[in-house]
Ligand binder design. Structure first.
Ligand SMILES: Nc1ncnc2c1ncn2[C@@H]1O[C@H](COP(=O)(O)OP(=O)(O)OP(=O)(O)O)[C@@H](O)[C@H]1O
Length: 208
């Protein structure tokens, strides 16, 4: 469904990756790994159509992104490595901002799923770093997008937060969803196919 074809990315005259190809199919979870500066965020932003590349193309459902960006973005949920919440808004208002068609019950259930019962009406600025991250991640319980591209979603999460999120990935994949994520920590064995693409200077590997 998501098809990365011969991607080459150069930043500051340095080749981050070259002729990188892979596909992400229904039910796949793909981890992009590599040391700081290897190009993980750059790759994710290219996959989202948010950054340029020197060569290659990304296709979604056999169509190059440049031909139907709007259609692609309707099927994509992208969470960058910042907490991704608006600090003056409450947790509930943040979810309503991104999912205007959601009802309050669904939003509160999403907040409950990420362990934020009792924090629905608290401004994000008054939440801890991990709680702010959980507000952003609550979108994964509201979104109907089949493709999730997530940059370091585990950042600032405690052990229970990591486990809730991992279970959510398994749930999503079991329904034919797809997840592409970066993380510096190993993922536990999952009930769905998990692949790893490792970026490192001069190395590009794909492994199980
Ligand atoms: N817009 C840009 N302009 C110039 N250089 C950039 C740009 N974006 C990224 N880079 C450079 O590309 C390299 C890769 O950055 P990137 O953020 O993709 O790495 P990363 O693997 O996600 O790193 P980290 O694990 O630290 O998050 C870095 O050296 C960075 O300075």
């Amino acid at each position: 469904m998501l098809d990365a074809q011969n991607l080459t990315c150069v930043r500051d005259e340095r080749v981050l990756f070259q002729a990188l190809s892979f596909t992400v199919g229904a039910g796949d979870v793909v981890q992009v790994a590599g040391p700081n500066g290897a190009g993980k965020t750059s790759l994710l932003r290219i996959l989202c159509g948010l950054a340029s590349m020197e060569a290659g193309q990304v296709c979604w459902r056999d169509t190059p992104l440049r031909r139907d960006r709007e259609g692609y973005h309707r099927e994509l949920l992208w969470l960058g490595h910042q907490p991704g919440v608006k600090s003056v808004m409450t947790a509930d208002e943040n979810l309503r901002f991104f999912h205007a068609d959601s009802d309050q019950q669904a939003r509160w259930q999403a907040l409950e799923a990420v362990g934020l019962v009792g924090y629905e009406d608290v401004p994000a600025a008054q939440l801890s770093a991990g709680q702010q991250r959980r507000v952003a991640l609550a979108r994964l319980w509201l979104s109907k997008a089949p493709l999730w591209i997530l940059d370091e979603p585990f950042t600032a999460l405690d052990v229970s937060g990591v486990e809730k999120l991992t279970q959510r990935f398994e749930f999503h994949a079991a329904r034919g969803g797809m997840v592409v994520l970066t993380t510096h920590q190993p993922l536990r064995p999952m009930s769905c196919p998990l692949r790893c693409i490792t970026l490192a200077p001069g190395v590009m590997e794909e492994g199980a």
